[in-house]
Design a binder for this molecule. Sequence first.
Ligand SMILES: C[S@@+](CC[C@H](N)C(=O)[O-])C[C@H]1O[C@@H](n2cnc3c(N)ncnc32)[C@H](O)[C@@H]1O
Length: 190
Amino acid sequence: MNSCLDEPISELTDLFRPYMKGVGSVIDIGTGTSIPIHIFADSFPAIKFYTTDIEDQRQRKKLPFILYDGITLPFGNQKFDVSVLNETLHHCENPETVLREAHRVAKAVFVVEHFPDPGVSTEELVKGEFSTLEVLDLECSVYNPFDEDSLLSLYRKLGLEIKAKFEIPYFGNRKIKKYFFKLVGRMEEE
Ligand SMILES: C[S@@+](CC[C@H](N)C(=O)[O-])C[C@H]1O[C@@H](n2cnc3c(N)ncnc32)[C@H](O)[C@@H]1O
């Protein structure tokens, strides 16, 4: 299902390769269809990948999956090298709680978020987001997009420092720009 995603995601994988050095385990939080993380995992066979979400909407099921309550991740502190929030935070009722938990369970947090293009109306943005979700056959009740200021202020509030950031090429129809952030706690070693 949704095999149209395989080629573009595989091509993007190389952008993340430099950040995967020394990584042994990854938890994908809000895995949704789980298609992107499955494609990503295929490119890094030596790394152990795990997935979690508040509901099971997976279309690929090779990686281990744990359903959770959306508040407390059922893992110990720093259990993973990396936690991934790929287009998850803007669909969370309480993104602060989710990001805090992502930070607690991993040594580094990889966030992929999008920002609206200047001048785009909320109506157009919301319409674009929900039609994309429909194509992916994914249901999300919440959509609260960040802008750069609101996302960076959330990082600051949680004491997270941006160790790396780049724009991810986006070829879809939504009026957005996508970014990758590698975050670590301000007081912690990488
Ligand atoms: C757009 S989908 C994510 C897509 C997926 N990460 C990907 O790579 O394609 C957003 C996901 O966030 C999940 N979500 C919503 N609230 C959450 C929470 N509190 N904790 C974890 N996931 C949550 C939704 O169930 C949904 O699967």
